[in-house]
Ligand binder design. Sequence first.
Ligand code: ATP
Ligand code: MG
Length: 236
Amino acid sequence: MAEISSLAEARGKSRPHADPVPRARWLLLASAKGGSGKTTTALNLAVLAANKGLKVALVDMDSQETATKWHMRRPEEAPRIRLFTVPLEKADRAIQQVDLAEKTDGLDVVVIDTPPSIDEHPIQARLLVERSDFVLVPTTQGLADVESVREWMGFLRREGANAAFVLTRTQRTYGSFQEARSLLLKSGQLCPMDIRQLEDVQSTHKFGVGICEIRRAKGVEDFEGVWDAVCHSMGM
Ligand SMILES: Nc1ncnc2c1ncn2[C@@H]1O[C@H](COP(=O)(O)OP(=O)(O)OP(=O)(O)O)[C@@H](O)[C@H]1O
Ligand SMILES: [Mg+2]
């Protein structure tokens, strides 16, 4: 089974020992399909990283600004996440701004949330893919979503991206879950952990937190598992 654990070495994009100066790892959340869990995954992974003591930037490139609104609700006492709100059309400017912040304040992880229309912006998509250490492609287990992201993965592979699908909002007992896994594995790498459809996940949006910051919430292990897999793939 092609899973993501060996990707970092295979693609040589993450280079934990090669950089003379430690450099922030860039994680791009991108899927041509709307409502696939990009923002929810992006903000939960950013929170996990921040709670592990890492300096985290969250880049919101979606004009709906869902991640920005979430950030405004974030409690003051919660670990800090630096926010950049820059539309996808200005991806070059976003990269410059984050680079400058890394130089002046230091950053460990940059998490980028993108709009569903990213496939209609190949120039910006290429810029971001080229810059990112890893591209995570969230999808639900619905057939239409799976078909759409398989096409998108074709683009990412042609661009030489270090990328993997992650199944989100899953219902593991449904037949469509295994069908989706099988189909996705035909087109690329698949994160070994999926993220279940859980009511508690909705609360993260409401309160500006990540699931790991809600006491006794369900789903922490789902996001933790995805984060661990992503870290491995980014050489962290
Ligand atoms: N694991 C989950 N369990 C329950 N609800 C979820 C889960 N993940 C996402 N959702 C909900 O599904 C909806 C879509 O999720 P989200 O906004 O993260 O997707 P998106 O890909 O960013 O969407 P868009 O393409 O519109 O930006 C939201 O209402 C969100 O709260
Ligand atoms: Mg979104």
